[in-house]
Design a protein around this ligand. Structure first.
Ligand code: DGJ
Length: 543
């Protein structure tokens, strides 16, 4: 017998199923990450979900600041807010947890109809330990910083400090236990463990503890994970040569973070991740020039082996050069790693990279510094945070927000491709995406009316397009500041493209609803996208 829900489209079905489950058990399904071939989806309420995120500034998660956070979140139309939980606030005295701020975040997020990704600012924050509680800062012998090669202390916590590890495990476990008890609606969908762990100022720790481990054997599980045929007693230097210092620190930090993550996950099994301060994706210098020990691209396999409780390793991408941005996306979208961009610069020219992230299968993305507290991290981001600087990001979410479930599903099924405008080289003003016998040609800088032989690029490189295959000859197309056309790949066949029907519309309750058919000037020169958020369902034929 068909269930009474089986005639409803997918999101309506989903909402009904979640409501039934919630009524029966008082619990929505746990968010989780699933894999199909080398693609991933983040399931929230049991179905693929795309994090249209916004990360607040570092010191904006205090109750007094929240009124300056929500207007920016509403303006950008994010569906998920990434917001810190400060260890110093959460555990003001040893083993006394203060849940008041977390509870306020949960209730205000629900009022604003957004989900949360909580950022655990624990032992590491950008390589230092500035969010440790006062009682830890006052006891640097017990919770030590690392020692550089010259014997001087470096402003970065030692991953070899047993007391720090125990305290961090205890605190994150306390946070996760509280979430489990107070968030049956799954307002929190993921937790970031630490923030950009690693060290600036020394490639590794040279404390007595660290020296002892460094002289000892490489852990067998790491040798096995890296397929290294080395003697079980071989030292770090013997196995890794010039990389030994960096790889040792990566293993040590990852092992620490992995144990903290495992302690949290044992309480409440939400997806967990760690974020990376990247090294230059095209020309990485020596490890002394970037944050050593964090999940930089060259040590992803070490982190995977050392921290299996983490579901993914995520790049914080502040590059504005497209070649570097795209390379960073490539490096972190791996068969063994779901792509998630938890931080990216909020410079308006960077908004198009959201499409690039989708094209690499991202489960989510979040520009950084989204609130009206008056802080700007220029030159990484815009000089002023206001509606004008946020407008290009708001446009992205306005377009994708109403169909984020469908986009996440199409991506999971491997049916979605994207294009973004490059920074001005002539040959890149037109790009081609291939779908079986069809190719979609995306061009930048053409007028909306007239032939398209010589695209010159937009005055600023803001063009972006998304094409998804719905059926053999049917596509979803959306974008800004570009022209999209379709051609048969096999030109020799002599078959020419015909737009059988181009519907403009959008998804409502899981089904595409058309509001008009495009034809005449709107299709005679291809499909021209301006600054208007428009979604097209394109049905193709040939003549
Ligand atoms: C990356 C860090 O993860 C963020 O918390 C922040 O410090 C930015 N850098 C810079 O604004």
């Amino acid at each position: 017998m068909r269930s009474p829900h089986s005639l409803l489209p997918l999101p309506a079905l989903l909402a009904a199923a979640v409501a039934t489950l919630f009524a029966q058990t008082g619990q929505a399904p746990l968010p989780r990450i699933v894999q199909r071939d080398s693609r991933y989806a983040l399931l929230v309420d049991g179905a693929p979900y795309l994090v249209l995120g916004a990360q607040v500034n570092n010191s904006s998660a205090w109750p007094a600041m929240l009124p300056k956070v929500w207007p920016a979140i509403e303006y950008i139309q994010a569906n998920t807010v990434e917001i810190p939980v400060y260890w110093e606030q959460f555990e003001p005295e040893p083993d006394r947890f203060d849940y008041s701020t977390v509870d306020m975040l949960l209730s205000q997020a629900r009022e604003h109809h957004v989900r949360l990704v909580l950022l655990w600012f624990g032992t590491w924050k950008n390589g230092s330990s500035h969010y440790m509680p006062l009682w830890m800062k006052r006891d640097p012998q017990r919770y030590p910083r690392l020692i550089g090669a010259n014997g001087r202390r470096v402003d970065s916590p030692s991953p070899h400090a047993a007391a720090t590890l125990a305290a961090d495990k205890h605190a994150l476990a306390g946070l996760m236990r509280h979430l489990k008890a107070s968030d049956s609606r799954r307002t929190v969908i993921m937790v970031q463990v630490e923030n950009e762990a690693g060290a600036y100022g020394s490639v590794r720790d040279y404390s007595a503890e660290a020296q002892k481990s460094f002289a000892g054997p490489v852990p067998p599980e790491l040798l096995a994970a890296l397929h290294k045929a080395a003697s079980p007693t071989a030292s770090w230097s013997a196995v890794f040569g010039a990389d030994a210092d960096e790889f040792f620190h990566a293993w040590s930090v990852a092992h620490f973070v992995g144990q903290v993550a495992a302690a949290g996950k044992a309480e409440y099994a939400l997806p967990l991740y760690a974020n990376a301060a990247l090294r230059d994706p095209l020309k990485p210098g020596p490890p002394s020039t970037y944050e050593s020990g964090g999940p930089t691209d060259n040590v992803i396999p070490i982190w995977k082996a050392a921290a299996p409780a983490l579901d993914l390793l995520a790049p914080d991408i502040y590059q504005i050069d497209p070649a570097r941005y795209l390379r960073a996306l490539e490096l972190y979208s791996r068969a063994d790693n779901p792509l998630f961009v938890p931080e990216t610069g909020n410079l308006p020219a960077g908004a198009r990279f959201f499409f690039a992230a989708l094209g690499h299968g991202a489960i989510g993305y979040a520009p950084f510094g989204i609130d009206y507290t008056g802080f700007s991290n220029a030159p990484l981001g815009a000089a002023r945070m206001n509606e004008e600087s946020l407008a290009p990001f708001a446009l992205n979410y306005k377009l994708i927000g109403p169909m984020m479930r469908e986009i996440a599903s199409l991506n999971f099924e491997g049916k979605l491709q994207t294009a973004i405008e490059d920074n001005g080289e002539k040959e890149k003003h037109s790009q081609t995406l291939e779908f079986g016998p069809w190719k979609a040609v995306v061009s930048y800088g053409l007028p909306q009316f007239g032939p398209g032989n010589n695209p010159k690029g937009n005055a600023e490189p803001v063009g972006r397009a998304l094409i998804a295959q719905l059926a053999d000859n049917q596509f979803l197309a959306a974008g800004f500041f570009c022209r999209v056309d379709f051609q048969m790949i096999d030109a020799a066949s002599g078959k020419q493209r015909e737009f059988l029907r181009v519907d403009e519309g959008g998804y409502q309750g899981g089904a595409f609803k058309a509001i008009r058919i495009w034809s005449g000037d709107q299709t005679d020169w291809g499909l021209n996208f301006s600054s208007a958020p428009q979604v097209l369902r394109v049905t193709l034929g040939t003549y």
